[in-house]
Write a protein that binds this ligand. Sequence first.
Ligand code: CP
Ligand code: NVA
Length: 323
Amino acid sequence: MNLAKISESWPTVQPSAFKGKDLLRIDEFSGDELLYLLQSALHLKQLQKSGQQYEPLKGKTLGMIFDKASTRTRVSFEVGMYQLGGMGMFLSGKELQLGRGEPISDTAQVLSRYIDAIMIRTYSHADVEQLAKYASIPIINGLTDMFHPCQALADMMTILEHKGRLQGVKLAYVGDGNNVANSLVLAAALLGVDVSVAAPPGYNMSEEIVKTAQQYADESGASLTFTDDPVQAVTGADAIYTDVWTSMGFEAENEVRLKAFQGYQIDQQLARHAAADYIFLHCLPAHRGEEVAADIIDGRHSVVFDQAENRLHAQKAVLAAVI
Ligand code: CP
Ligand code: NVA
C-alpha cells in the first residue's frame, strides 16, 4: 500500500483556511479539509519516525483544561505541542477559578490574552461552545458528552493506513450511541466510509446526528445503516469498532447499561461475520469482558495501539493547522 500515492490524488486545500478555526465537532471541517488534515497527519508521522524535527509552533502555548480523566488525550496533546516546538499546559478544571464559579466567558477572554489555543475535555458540549464564543483563540474539543472529534480523526487515519482507502470501506460500530460514535459516524459520512451502527433500543445516536450524517453521506456517497442487530452491522465489515458501555459521567447508569448491552460484546462468534481481514478498533480505555472479549482486543485483528498512537499525529496536524 502506498499512502504517499493516495495522498497525491487528494484535493488541495489551502493551509491558511484552518488558521484560527475551532474544532468543536468533526463536521466543523468539510470532507476535503479532513482529507487535508489526514494527509498532514501522515506526513508528520513520517517526519517523526525518521527523526526529523518540525517546529512550526515555537513559542506557542496550548492550555489543556480537563474536567474528566484522560491518558491518551492529555499525553498526546502535551507531547504533540512539545514536538511542534511549543508547550502544553495542563489545567485541572477543579483547580481553575472556573471550578469555583468564575464565568466561562471571563475565563475564555483571560486565557486568550496568555495562550495561543485551548484544548478542553468536559461534560457539557454547550460549555465548550460558550468557551469558543468568548475566546479569540482556537478551541479544540478533547471530548464532551456529545463529541470526540480528535478521536474520529485518528480513527479515520488508522482505517486509511490499514485499508489503504476510506471511500467504500465498510465500518461497523457496535455499542453505545455515545460521543465517540457521534464523531465517528459524522467523520465517516463526510469521507465516504460506509457505516453500520448497532445499538440496543434506547441507546441509539440522536436524531440530529443521524439526520446530519445522512446529509453528508448523500454527498460523499457513503451508506449509513442503523439497527439493533449486531450481526447485521458486522456482516462483511472491513473494520469493527466499539467503545465502553458506560462513558465518563454516566457511572450511575452502569448496572442498567450492563443489562441493556448484553449480546453486544464483540467476541469471536460475532467477529466471524466480518471480512476475513477485518481490523478491530477501540478508542480506549477498554473493558475486557464487557464491550469486547480479551481475545479480540488482544488478538491479531486488533489495531488499537496504532489507533492510540495516531491520536498524536492527527492532533499535531490539527494544532499546526489552527494555531
Ligand atoms: N481515547 C481517549 O480519549 O482516551 P483518554 O480518555 O485516555 O484520553
Ligand atoms: N465514550 C468514552 C470515551 C472515552 C475516551 C467516554 O466518554 O468515557
